[in-house]
Structure formats: C-alpha cells, structure tokens
Design a protein around this ligand. Structure first.
Ligand code: SAM
Length: 416
C-alpha cells in the first residue's frame, strides 16, 4: 500500500456521513491486538535521527511529487468547528486565524471564501507548500499571510504579534512532529493566541486503521511510525493529547475520538478510521509572562509615545546621515564649553568584545522593555543587539558609533 493510498482514505469522505464520537478508545480485535503486540522492533537510532534532520526535506519532496493535488479542500471545518464562525465578541469583529502547518492551503481557502471578515496567518515548514499557497488565485495579502516556519524551531512571534490570534487550527500536523518536539509547537501557538483564544485540533487517533497497517520495521516509538516517503505519523490517545496541551497552559474544552468506517476502494474493505477532534483554550485569566507583557502593552505604548515626543522635542541637533560628525555639534559648542566636558568615543561590539560597549556610556531611560524587544531578536552566535525606542543595531565586530551615522546615540551636547 502506498503512502498516497494511506492518506487518500483520510480525504475520501469529506462529509463524514457515518461518523460517531466517543471518549473511549476503539476496541481492537484479537488479531489487531496480536499484531500490535508483535510489532516491537524499532527503527535504529541513527535512522531516527536522520528522519528528524530530514523532516522538512521529506515534506517538501512530498509537495514536489504531489503538488496541490493530494489533499482535497477541507470544506468541513466550519461545520465541525463552530468557533470558526461564532467566536467573535462583536458581529463586525475581524477574526484572526492561524493555520499552523497549512500545507498547500486546503483548510484556509474554503475559509477565506466563506468568511469575508477573516485574516489568516498560514505557516508551514515546507517552502514549496508555502509557495503553492501564495500562488493560489484566492491568495490575497490583505486577507492572508503565508510564511515558512518550523513550529519546533522558528519563532512564530517573528511574524505574528503576541496574543493577537483568535483561533488557531492544527489539522493533521502535530502527528507529523516528533513527540519530543510537540510541546514546543504548542507553546509557540500559546504565545500568539489571545487569552480566551482557541486551538481547533483534528488528527490521527489511537488505533486508527492507518496505524494497524504499518508493516514491521516502520515503528519509531510508542504510537509513532514512519511512512515509506520518510514522513512520520503519531497516533494520539485523548489522554496523551490533553497532557500535551495542559502542559503548554491550555484548558481542555472538547477532546473526543471521532470514529467512522471508510471504504478503501483499493483493498475493497470497509476499514475503521479513528481521529481525535479537540478544542483547547488559552485561559482568559492567564498570568503567564506573555499575558503580563500584553497587560503592559498600552502602558508601554504610552511610554514610547512620550519618549518619541521627548526625542523630537530635544534641543540637540539631530545627527544627519549626510553630514560629517564634526560639523554637527556647532550649535551646542557653548554648552559643552561651559560644562568643560568632552565625550569619549563609543564602540559597540559583539559578544566577543568584553562588555560589548568599548567605553563607558550612560544610557537614557528610553530603552524598550526587554520582553517586547525579545520578539524581534534573532540569535546569532557572537552577535549582540543594541536598541533604543526608535533605532537598533546588531553587530558581530567592534564598531565605532561615529561610523553609524543613522544612530543618534552619540551625545548631542558634548564634543564626540
Ligand atoms: C498532513 S499535512 C496537513 C496540511 C494542512 N493542515 C491541511 O489540513 O491540509 C501536514 C503538514 O504539516 C507540515 N509540518 C510538519 N511538521 C511541521 C513543522 N515542524 N513545522 C511546520 N509545519 C510542519 C507539513 O509540511 C505538512 O504540510
């Protein structure tokens, strides 16, 4: 059975006519039980590490082979998840949605068509998938932003502001992520969701037919398997999933198995499918650092406005990028003469330079809040970032501030 066939089953009946929901696991037949018990040999550590390293490549190749033709558009999402329609606080409110692991957009385009008052962030770690989303005729930058992001590594906050998303969808994505890294993906989503924001989840459930069909030699760990194309699949129990979400700070609203029988045309069989369909909420009264950061945001904004005004009102001559520095201080000569003070040159440096700043420098109080700034920071070995409210500068090597004329960090009142 090819991988394609395996996933085709999932898509073959978008209207789910014979599905039921429940809280208990599917009961296995004695043969199925025996099969799972006997499947004890795990893929070698070496191969497992390779699969993890190549996870992105393998999904990208999947989209190279299948382009946009593999999955069907998921028109069922609004019916299964009424939050997609009904979670607005006011009627005219624009809903901000994140589709994490968007593939080629089978979830988002039906939503964009159905709901005109929605903005969708859509990310996937496969660059090809993201490109397919952008090439779709329905893609419109006013209503949608597709971007590449590995949910287990990259910072979602580099693109999405903290606590601005109303609803996040995670549709057959978490199962493709290594169990050790699922937590990280959920934590990222937690940060960008607003308090009260919801994650809508649907994925493979424990003892789904696809799990039973894996031949020996494909097992990576408990309930975790690899397909022939190198993509992986985890099969979730309710308890396991709830534990993951709770550890990331979410409350469980709904968490149930969806059971249905699907006809596998290739095998001429009626097979039991098990999915897990769940809803988790970020608590409204969350007191996480993220939440506190959000509470401060209006205050911070006021601070920034006041400080920008202060800078604009300042009586020193602003440094122009076109003038040599020596010519800049003429208006304030009398001031520094009276004060008989002279500024030392200031050097900025990376972490290889002791203290980063080469000479002593006193800083104004216009340094932004670190948590706020952190959202924009990227780690770079040996680098160091400097910022005030309106400018920033990153450097690896020693830099003379006088050569960075766009920065107004030299003293305006003394000779530099
Ligand atoms: C089965 S597809 C589902 C796509 C989409 N959610 C849908 O419903 O059509 C799984 C997707 O998860 C993406 N994915 C897997 N691991 C990921 C990760 N660590 N970060 C971002 N995307 C990931 C894959 O590239 C793939 O597009």
């Amino acid at each position: 059975m090819s991988v394609t066939g395996e996933l085709d089953l999932l898509e073959s009946s978008p209207d789910f006519p014979h599905q039921s929901t429940g809280l208990s696991e599917r009961t296995l037949t004695p043969e199925e039980l025996e099969k799972l018990r006997n499947d004890r040999v795990l893929v070698s550590d070496f191969k497992q590490q390779k699969l993890e390293l190549e996870a992105q490549k393998n999904w990208d190749l999947f989209y190279k082979r299948n382009t946009t033709n593999f999955f069907k558009d998921r028109h069922w999402t609004t019916r299964e998840f009424d939050e997609l329609k009904n979670c607005r606080e006011s009627q005219g409110q624009k809903l901000v949605l994140l589709e994490a692991g968007c593939g080629v957009g089978n979830c988002i385009f039906p939503l964009l068509e159905e709901d005109l008052n929605i903005f969708i962030y859509a990310c996937d770690f496969s660059p090809r998938a993201v490109e397919f989303v952008k090439q779709n005729a329905l893609y419109c930058t006013k209503r949608c932003l597709a971007f590449q992001c590995d949910l287990t590594k990259d910072d979602l906050q580099a693109t999405i502001q903290v606590e601005t998303v109303d609803v996040a969808t995670l549709i057959f994505v978490l199962s493709a992520i290594h169990p050790d890294k699922m937590q990280k993906a959920l934590e990222q989503m937690y940060k960008v969701l607003r308090p009260g924001g919801i994650v809508l989840f649907r994925d493979y459930g424990l003892y789904d037919h696809a799990m039973l069909r894996f031949k020996s030699g494909n097992k990576l760990g408990e309930n975790f398997y690899v397909r022939q194309d190198g993509t992986r699949s985890f099969f979730f129990s309710r308890e396991y999933l709830a534990g993951l979400f709770q550890q990331a700070g979410f409350e469980t609203l709904v968490n149930e198995y969806v059971l249905r029988e699907t006809v596998n045309k290739k095998e001429g069989l009626c097979v039991p499918r098990v999915f897990l369909q769940s809803k988790f909420r970020k608590p409204v009264s969350s007191l996480s650092p993220v939440k506190q950061g959000c509470k401060r945001s209006q205050h911070d904004k006021d601070d920034i406005d006041a400080m920008l005004q202060e800078i604009l009102d300042d009586d020193f001559q602003p440094i122009s990028t076109h003038e040599p520095i020596a010519a800049k201080t003429t208006t304030s000569d009398s001031y520094f003469e009276t004060m008989s003070k002279k500024c030392c040159p200031v050097f900025l440096g990376g972490s290889g330079v002791p203290h980063g700043i080469g000479t002593s420098v006193s800083q104004r109080n216009n340094m932004p809040d670190y948590h706020k700034l952190k959202v924009k920071l990227r780690r770079k070995k040996g680098g160091r970032a400097y910022a005030c409210q309106c400018s920033w500068h990153s450097t690896l090597s020693l830099t003379d501030l006088r050569e960075q004329q766009q920065l107004k960090w030299g003293c305006g009142k003394h000779k530099v």
